[in-house]
Design a protein around this ligand. Structure first.
Ligand code: FE2
Length: 383
């Protein structure tokens, strides 16, 4: 399975993963064969990309670190809580935040506990690919993915279950202060003016104030909202804290937030592949992050997610079929084509972690060359 942007979709391709909206409603079911009208529908809904089955290895499915049900439940609870919060802020003010927290945030907290439980049950699982987001629900799905990634990092850092729940709740609420920022600024497609940027940056302090008014919610959770844009080397906002002055949970969420933002599709650019996002974080801006947290991120994300088509040093083309924690750069792969590009008669698997004579040279972008010409022929027949 691999991600294809909607503009590159062709009739005849098969959807590998159901496309759902924030309420959990299925827009297109996994296995659906695309027709021109479906592609049009995806464009109308503002969906930037979908996962498509690789027809050369259709049995390779994406392992989920958290089940779609648990993920959807968290997204739906967060969606409801945020909608209610907007209403509270607009009509009743901060005095009503405590009752909002009791009614709504307690449900979000339970959904986060579900995420933590599932992650603890799969100690070898790594993060492959995030949920596809429409432009409208970007912040919501981003918050859910930041929660999952943060909890994975927290497990590597040795956190206990209570700490993981605080971390997960802080992560899923990290941008909650954005409810107070005008939509016109949040969704502005072009570059921001200095005033607009200053306005957006207020989401940290506003989020902190909201969560501190909620009473029962811990101090730690509010500090994630407050400090997730601080940088290890200083120079972040709102206070320009440095190193250990920054709350540890906020340092974890800062790493998950930047990684997820880099790898996701936006209106103005497609997401970076995991490999490039990690390289940026490790080489271009490494001093933004707590080095322990950054190392834990590397341990927990699949550099070559399952379903990625890669070229090996031998010139053969292979598809990634399995990734194990700690061996992200050396996954298990299935060889599909010989160095001349001909399909191999019997595809065979090699575990790169166990065989040092093989390594990955590069990945194929979105539409792999393997799709031509036989699949295009099949597509032609279905038009
Ligand atoms: Fe933020």
């Amino acid at each position: 399975m691999y991600r294809v942007s909607v503009s590159a979709l062709k009739p005849g391709m098969r959807i590998g993963r159901s496309v759902v909206d924030v309420t959990g409603r299925i827009l297109l079911t996994a296995g659906t064969v695309l027709k021109p009208s479906y592609i049009q529908y995806l464009k109308q809904r503002g969906i930037p990309a979908v996962y498509v089955i690789n027809e050369l290895a259709p049995d390779v499915s994406l392992p989920e670190v958290v089940s779609p049900e648990t993920r959807t439940r968290l997204a739906a609870e967060l969606n409801r809580a945020v909608a209610e919060l907007r209403e509270v802020m607009a009509t009743r003010g901060t005095a009503s935040l405590r009752s909002w927290a009791n009614a709504q945030l307690s449900r979000v907290r339970e959904a986060v506990a579900g995420v933590v439980d599932e992650i603890l049950r799969q100690p070898q699982a790594v993060f492959h690919l995030q949920e596809i987001r429409t432009h409208d629900d970007y912040t919501l799905q981003h918050s859910v993915d930041v929660c999952i990634l943060s909890v994975l990092i927290g497990v590597s850092l040795g956190y206990d279950e209570r700490q993981l729940r605080d971390l997960g709740l802080g992560a899923v609420l990290h941008d909650i202060g954005k409810v107070t920022i005008p939509e016109a600024i949040l969704k502005k497609p072009g570059p921001l003016t200095a005033e607009e940027r200053a306005e957006i940056q207020k989401h940290t302090t506003r989020g902190f104030e909201i969560l501190m008014h909620c009473g029962e919610f811990s101090f730690h959770v509010a500090h994630v909202a407050y400090q997730h844009h601080e940088r290890w080397c200083g120079g972040g906002y709102p206070r320009g804290l440095k190193g250990p002055e920054i709350h540890e949970l906020a340092r974890v969420v800062a790493v998950a937030d930047v990684y997820d933002a880099m790898t996701s599709d936006r209106v103005y650019r497609p997401g970076y592949p995991p490999e490039r996002a990690l390289r940026n974080m490790l080489e271009v801006v490494p001093d933004w992050f707590d080095p322990r947290v950054l190392a834990a991120l590397v341990e927990n994300v699949a550099i070559y997610p399952v379903g990625t088509l890669v070229e090996l040093n031998t010139g053969e083309t292979a598809v990634v079929t399995g990734v194990v924690k700690g061996q992200a750069a050396r996954p298990r792969v299935r060889v599909l084509r010989d160095p001349a590009g001909r399909p191999v008669r019997e595809p065979w698997e090699v575990d790169l972690a166990a065989d040092p004579t093989y390594w990955i040279v590069r990945t194929f972008a979105e539409v792999p060359p393997a799709l031509a010409p036989e699949l295009q022929e099949a597509v032609g027949m279905m038009d």
